[in-house]
Every structure is written in structure tokens, then in C-alpha cells.
Ligand binder design. Structure first.
Ligand SMILES: Cc1ncc(C[n+]2csc(CCOP(=O)(O)OP(=O)(O)O)c2C)c(N)n1
Length: 341
């Protein structure tokens, strides 16, 4: 049974109306999505070796949401997210080598080997932090927006949250507070319809997420989360509003995770979703539909795609080799960063 079909229209709107972005930017969005996909495929391929001592939550299928949203932000803008971190970390410009060292629990990992996959951070590019606690990042991002307002700094704070995260009390509290104080924060919800093995309809009354959020009194929109340009445009508008001092925006991006909630491979065989549903969404792969759009326009061709793939794969192999050759953390450092002294 297909409970949650793809309801977008691909790039039809852009094809009809045209777009005025330059080619370099358009191709960079494609490259960024492809890079995330290829990194995760390699993580997945090697995961059974059991050398990456960390749980993983793959974002395969949801790349357009990560890339479209962060591409609308500036380097100094801050991004927070929950446990599904790889895509957003890379899209915001996080360092791949430091990420892979973190996955392999090496001392030079981006969180000093203390965090693993669920706690990626790269402050140098505004990847401000991620939390394994569902909802944990939402009030932190809201607090960062309050800090920007109080200190009169012009950065925007954005938090990626899943559909289940909208069920957490702290998300409601954060929305309420952000609207009250007109904070420069974007609540970006990746609605992939499932929380681990529970479908949306078993967890929430049938009110669309963006409509429920609108009740807090902020602009709340729904976009095709597999269309990187729709996501980009919605986030750009939200960031502009925030920078003008007009307060927060809620964006619901509908998309789909192809892999299991956690770990490598698909978990549909456990019965909580139909593998036919996965196949339907795979037909609207965010990377492939965007490639077709770009190649129809003449912005990219097959040879350039192959070249790009091979450059990225080279970079990935180097990052894995770097991580594996890096030193393990030392026991004597176990208690550093635990207390303020
Ligand atoms: C406070 C809390 N409750 C429960 C969990 C267990 N848990 C981990 S991920 C997850 C599902 C989160 O779903 P969603 O926010 O929609 O994100 P998705 O996994 O779909 O990306 C749950 C319930 C947790 N980590 N923290």
C-alpha cells in the first residue's frame, strides 16, 4: 500500500516559468547533492566492517532538503540539526576529512571523537551543532537567534527537524517564543512521514504539519522537498524575512528516506512501510530529476557528470584513508571538555 505518494510536480513549474540563476550556481547544487549521496553510499558500503564505531542515520533520498535550504544561507548563518546529520553538515560546508575521522572515532574528528555521526559540528562554516535528542536542537537554534537579536548581529539561525520533532513539547515552546520575540530563526521540517517505524497517521491527527505550525502565528509554507530549487526559494525568502527583522518562518519540505531509520540498508521488510512506497519515491530521486532538468537546459551533460563523480569519489577515498590513518584518542584526554576547568 502506498500510504504517502510523491505529490510534487518535479521541475514543471521551473520549466514553464523559467529561472534566472546562473549556471555555476545551478550546477553547484547538483554537485553538492551528488557528493552527499556518494559519501553516504561509501559509509553504507563499509559499515559492516564495524570500524565506524557510531550509529548512522542515512539521509539518502532527502539530499535536496539539506542542499536547497543551506544554499540559501550565508556562511556566517548558523545551522542546527538532529541525528540525521551527514547531509546538512556537508551541505553547510563541513570538512569531509574531519567528518570521516569522527565516524572512525579518531582524535582529529570534528567533535574530537566524542560525538560520532549524531554530533557533527564545524563552527568554522556555521555548522553549529547537532543533537541525538529528538527536539534537542530546536531550542538551541532558537536561543542562538535570540543571541543574534540581543547582540544586534545579522546572522540567521536555522534548525532542521523531522516530522516527529514537531510532536515534542519543546518545539511548540520554541515556536511560541520565536514568534513572540520575532527571532531570526527558520524552522525547517523535513517531513519524511516516518518516525523510526511509526507512520505519521499513527502519531498525529490529520492536520498538515505546516498548517498546524501556522497556528503559532508565523508564515508557514509547504514545499516539494525533492525539488532543490523549491526548497532553495522558500528558504531564501525565510532568510530575507529574518534579516529584515520580521521574525521566524516554518517550512515543511516533504521528502522520503530510502534507507532504514538507522544503520545500512532498507528496513521496509519489517512491515512498517511498503517497499513499493520506497520505489515510488525512488522514481523521483531528487538528484536524478534535477539532473534531467539541468541537462534539458544544457547546463550539464553526461561526460561532465561522470567527471564530477570521479572527482568526488577520489575525494571520498582520500577522506576515508585519512580517517583510518589518523590517531585514536588518548585515554588521558578522556576527561577534557567534561568540566569547565
Ligand atoms: C527525546 C527523544 N525521544 C525519542 C528518541 C528516539 N528517536 C530517535 S530518532 C527518532 C525519530 C525521529 O523522527 P523525526 O524527527 O521525524 O526524524 P527522522 O528520523 O525521520 O529524520 C526517535 C523517536 C530520541 N532520540 N529522543
Amino acid at each position: 500500500m502506498i500510504r504517502y505518494p510523491y505529490t510534487g510536480s518535479g521541475f514543471q513549474r521551473q520549466k514553464e516559468k523559467g529561472i534566472d540563476y546562473d549556471q555555476t550556481f545551478l550546477v553547484s547544487l547538483y554537485r553538492s547533492m551528488l557528493r552527499i549521496r556518494l559519501v553516504e553510499l561509501e559509509i553504507e558500503r563499509r559499515y559492516h566492517e564495524d570500524e565506524m564505531k557510531t550509529p548512522i542515520h542515512l539521509v539518502i533520498g532527502q539530499e535536496a532538503a539539506c542542499v536547497g535550504s543551506t544554499s540559501a544561507l550565508k556562511r556566517e548563518d548558523l545551522v542546527y540539526s538532529s541525528h540525521r546529520t551527514h547531509g546538512i553538515y556537508l551541505a553547510k560546508g563541513g570538512d569531509l576529512k574531519r567528518m570521516m575521522s569522527e565516524m572512525y572515532c579518531r582524535a582529529n574528528g570534528c567533535a574530537g571523537s566524542r560525538g560520532g555521526s549524531m554530533h557533527l559540528i564545524d563552527k568554522s562554516v556555521g555548522m553549529a551543532g547537532t543533537s541525538a535528542i529528538v527536539g534537542g536542537a530546536v531550542p538551541i537554534a532558537t536561543g542562538a537567534a535570540l543571541a543574534a537579536q540581543l547582540k544586534k548581529q545579522n546572522y540567521v539561525s536555522m534548525v532542521l527537524l523531522g516530522d516527529a520533532t514537531t510532536e515534542e513539547g519543546v518545539t511548540s515552546e520554541s515556536l511560541n517564543f520565536a514568534v513572540l520575540k520575532k527571532l531570526p530563526v527558520i524552522f525547517f521540517c523535513e517531513n519524511n512521514f516516518y518516525s523510526v517505524c511509526s507512520s505519521l497517521e499513527t502519531r498525529q491527527p490529520h492536520v498538515e504539519i505546516y498548517k498546524r505550525s501556522a497556528g503559532f502565528g508565523l508564515p508557514s509554507v509547504c514545499v516539494d522537498g525533492n525539488n532543490v530549487l523549491d526548497v532553495y526559494e522558500a528558504t531564501r525568502e525565510a532568510a530575507e524575512r529574518a534579516r529584515r527583522g520580521e521574525g521566524p518562518t516554518f517550512i515543511e519540505a516533504r521528502t522520503y528516506r530510502w534507507r532504514g531509520h538507522g544503520g545500512a540498508g532498507d528496513d521496509s521488510a519489517t512491515g512498517y512501510r511498503d517497499s513499493e512506497e520506497v520505489k515510488v519515491w525512488q522514481k523521483y530521486c531528487p538528484i536524478q530529476i534535477y539532473y534531467e532538468f539541468l541537462s534539458d537546459r544544457g547546463d550539464i551533460n553526461g561526460m561532465q557528470r561522470e567527471q564530477m563523480e570521479s572527482e568526488i569519489n577520489q575525494e571520498i577515498q582520500e577522506a576515508f584513508a585519512h580517517a583510518i590513518a589518523s590517531p585514536m584518542p588518548k585515554e588521558k584526554d578522556l576527561y577534557t571538555h567534561v568540566y569547565s576547568d
